[in-house]
Structure formats: C-alpha cells, structure tokens
Design a protein around this ligand. Structure first.
Ligand code: RIB
Length: 338
C-alpha cells in the first residue's frame, strides 16, 4: 500500500507553504488564482485526499448541516432544502436531509446521530419545539435552528405566520359565500397545523359566525393518503349535509382530497371547493389547479441556514426569530361559488 499523500507532499511539490495549501482547501478566496490553480493541479496529480476525520477533530465540527424534516415526500421540504443548500454550499458546507416521518422517536434518533457526528449545525422542523434531544444537541455546542416552526427568544427560528395563513384561506371561502366549511388537518400536536386551525376559527369570528360552526376532520398525517381518506368521509355525506368547502392544512392533503372527489364523481369546486397550504408546484399543476396559501419555501431554508452559520461562526451572534407572511393564491379549485 503506497504511503498516503499528505499536505506536506502537496506543499513541497507545489513550492508553497502548508498554510497556503490549507487556504486553498478551506479559504480559497484568500489565495491568488495562479497559486490556487497550481496547488489544485498538484493535489490532482499526487491524488491527495483530505482527511475529513482529522480536520473535524481539529476544528471541533464537520462541514455538514443536518436538515431534519417531517416528510421527505412533501415537496414543501425539498423546496426548503434547496434554499438551505444554496447558502450552505456558498460557505463550503453540505446539507444532509433526514426524514423524521412525523415520528418523535425517529426525530430524536437523527438528532443524536448528528450530535455524535459533530454536525456543523442542525436545522429541524420538529414535532415539538423543545425536546430533550434538541436540548442535548444544543448542550453539546451544536447550534439548532427551528425551520418552518417558531421558537421563543432563547433560540433562532424561521417560520411563517400560520395563524394569518389560516385566516386568509377561510376568509377567502367565506367571501365566496361558503358557510358549511371544514378544516382538514393533523396531527394537531404539530404547531403549524394548530395555528392554521386557529386562523380558520378567527376568520369565522371576524365574519360574525360561531367559531364552532367550522367543522374539523383531524388527520393522522399531512399527506395525500390522509387527504383521500378525509375526502371519502366527506363524499359519503348527503349533499345537503356535506360541507361546500374545505381548507386543508397543506397542499398534499388538498391534492388527496381532489383525487378522491374526482374518483367519487364529485365536481371541484361546484360540489366541493378546496384550498390547501404551501403552494407547492403540484398545486398549480393539478387537474383542477389548487388554490393555496403560499409559504416562501426556499427563503425559509436560506434564512434558517444564514442564522445557523452566524450562530456557529459569529462571536457576537444574537438569536433571532424570523417570521414571514403567507400569501393567498386563488385558482380554479375555489372559483366563484353560485
Ligand atoms: O411543517 C408542517 C407542515 O407545514 C408541512 O406539512 C408543510 O406542508 C407545511 O405546510
């Protein structure tokens, strides 16, 4: 087995100092283009491969950000991940996507793994804002920023005003003349869901309607299958009893609802108007384009990653709770109600 090529071999061959080789590897902007090219050519010629484990021991952290999301199959989160990657890669960092599947045990497992591997930092859309596993990561010196979930002032977070979002969705349905409206979403333990429901009820109250007149179907998850199941429950009702409109806590639920209405030969929006939440690309692409409440998905990822890098690198870091405003997007699935 030939001796491993070291940075000393690279420096000697390129005729530069060890510090210059280190800068080419870690802070290339500090090295002239000519020197950078010469060192990179020697690295390639000699076949040098940096020892990430040794680097990690020296620096105390890896160059990997862990992003733990609730449902990797939900484009909301992959759009958010793209924003996170954009900022991370500009800093020479990488993002590893972990899926909690809306399961606390799996979430805790990912958190402890990222702690043990000395992640640069963790972005998480948690099942609950403060959990022992999140606190343990923080105590180990690894910053954690909540994304798509608000937090108290003691930590960084990036979220969207979901209560306003819920109010936007249901005020839109009320303005179309709907009175029998149903909220579809869950589990309520996820703060984003409970906040959207609270906003929906606030819209009823603002319209002078009894808040409890809003029907609610709680779902076990925020996915297409749960939307189809809720749709089947509504399709079984007689027309006079069935809601005329539903607000789904996210677009996947709305797309499942749309699928089931189509299968049961019920017309959208004529028999049932549907509005979702997130405004993922599939909302606009649906057979009946889905009205939704837009969340700035990539911006959520960018903002959270900037906060994480600042918390890890800036000695005078100040925790911030960034809140974005949602936006109503009206499409055919809630067109005029006659
Ligand atoms: O993060 C919880 C939910 O908020 C996700 O389902 C996503 O769709 C967003 O709407």
């Amino acid at each position: 087995m030939p001796d491993k090529i070291s940075v000393v071999d690279v420096a000697r061959e390129a005729g530069v100092s060890l510090g210059t080789v280190s800068n080419v590897l870690n802070r290339p902007e500090r090295v002239s283009a000519a020197t950078r090219t010469r060192v990179q050519e020697v690295i390639e010629t000699l076949g040098y491969v940096r020892n990430e484990a040794a680097r990690q021991l020296r620096s105390g952290s890896s160059r990997t950000i862990g992003l733990i999301v609730l449902d990797i199959a939900n484009p909301f989160f992959t759009d958010m991940a793209k924003g996170a990657e954009e900022i991370a890669e500009a800093e020479g960092l990488s993002v590893v996507l972990c899926n909690s599947g809306e399961d606390r045990t799996r979430e805790a497992h990912h958190l402890s793994l990222l702690r043990e591997q000395r992640a640069f930092g963790v972005l998480v859309t948690p099942m609950a804002a403060r959990t022992p596993a999140i606190e343990e990561v923080r105590r180990s010196g690894t910053p954690v920023v909540l994304v798509d979930r608000g937090s108290g002032r003691a930590h960084c977070s990036v979220s969207v005003n979901d209560r306003v979002g819920g109010e936007l969705a249901v005020s839109h349905l009320l303005a179309l003349g709907h009175e029998r409206i149903c909220f579809v979403g869950g589990p309520r333990a996820i703060r984003q869901v409970s906040e959207r429901l609270a906003g929906a009820r606030a819209a009823f109250a603002a319209a002078g309607l009894n808040r409890d007149a809003l029907q609610v179907i709680s779902t076990a998850g925020l996915n297409v299958a749960a939307g189809r199941a809720a749709g089947s429950e509504l399709a079984d009702l007689k027309a006079g009893k069935r809601p005329t409109a539903v607000f789904c806590a996210n677009d996947l639920l709305g797309l499942g609802m749309l699928q089931e209405m189509t299968r049961r030969r019920l017309r959208v929006p004529d028999d049932l108007a549907i509005i979702g939440y997130d405004d993922i690309d599939f909302a606009e692409a649906a057979a009946v384009p889905l009205s939704s409440v837009r969340q700035p998905r990539a911006e959520l990822g960018r903002a959270a990653t900037k906060l994480l890098i600042d918390e890890r690198n800036s000695p005078d870091h100040q925790h911030r709770q960034v809140v974005f405003e949602p936006e109503l997007v009206v499409r055919a699935s809630t067109a005029g109600f006659d």
